[in-house]
Design a protein around this ligand. Structure first.
Ligand code: MN
Length: 261
């Protein structure tokens, strides 16, 4: 056994609970700057994968916009016959890391007999390890931001299960470093399905702000570089079916088209 564990083929082991690229982001960014002048590719010629390859955990924020609470309670297919409350009541949930894909990979629907919804969300990527931090300095621990789809099977099971199917977490189009986003509480989220506007709302309407979400999460979990916090979806969630294209744009973070299969 010990010989097997020290075999070079399986080193390094155990892996750290962090994403290597995010933990070394300063070095990665300076290497990128030095590479300027190298080969350039058109966006349409590259396949965009998830900007975070190996998050230690993917944290979700349930019902974090008031208008989404109202639509959930007005639609039995969203509320599954229950009275939906806000994030103050539910806290947070975790999505399986195996659900993670990038925009080029697209969403492969599972449980096709059930309703499968898009949820467009601002996503925070943690840059430094932390635990029990205060709201006031929470943004000091952010590596950057991206757009995210928290795909959801509607039904009565725990959120963690219904939102963890393979390909049900889409992050992209890339990571925007924190220095380029002055205020994550003032970004417009815009989502279309096949060109029809479904979601259009500013992160100013978050019930738990980005700062509060980070501080709150850190009271329960140690946070590590590369951990992802999906901040919750505004109103306008709705079903998608195979053949649809979801287009998600967030101010300052870019736009991504995601195919549904
Ligand atoms: Mn969500």
């Amino acid at each position: 056994m010990s010989a097997a564990l020290t075999a070079p083929a399986i080193k390094p082991w155990p892996l750290p609970r962090e994403d290597w690229l995010i933990a070394n982001l300063d070095r990665v960014c300076s290497a990128i700057r030095q590479a300027e002048g190298g080969a350039r590719h058109r966006l349409k010629d590259v396949r965009l994968l998830s900007p975070i390859a190996n998050p230690g955990k993917i944290i979700g924020a349930p019902v974090n916009y008031r208008a989404h609470l109202d639509e959930a309670n007005a639609d039995q297919q969203i509320s599954a016959g229950t009275t939906v409350k806000t994030i103050d009541h539910y806290g947070l949930f975790l999505k399986a890391n195996s659900s993670l894909v990038g925009p080029a990979e697209g969403v492969m629907l599972g449980l096709k007999s059930r309703r499968n919804d898009h949820e467009g969300e601002l996503v925070v990527v943690i840059g430094r390890a932390c635990r029990n931090i205060q709201e006031a300095n929470a943004l000091d621990y952010v590596a950057g931001y991206c757009a995210g789809l928290d795909m959801t099977v509607r039904g009565v099971e725990e959120r963690s299960l219904r939102k963890s199917l393979d390909s049900y977490t889409v992050l992209g189009p890339w990571l925007t470093t924190a220095d380029e986003v002055d205020d994550p509480g003032d970004l417009l989220i815009h989502l279309e399905v096949n060109g029809e506007v479904r979601q259009h709302c500013s992160t100013a309407h978050l019930i738990f702000s980005v700062k509060r979400l980070i501080a709150y999460a850190s009271a329960f979990y140690s946070l590590y570089p590369g951990d992802v916090i999906m901040t919750g979806t505004p109103a306008g969630v709705g079903p998608v079916t195979a053949g649809d294209t979801i287009s998600l744009t967030i101010d300052k973070l870019g736009a991504m088209d995601v195919a549904v299969r």
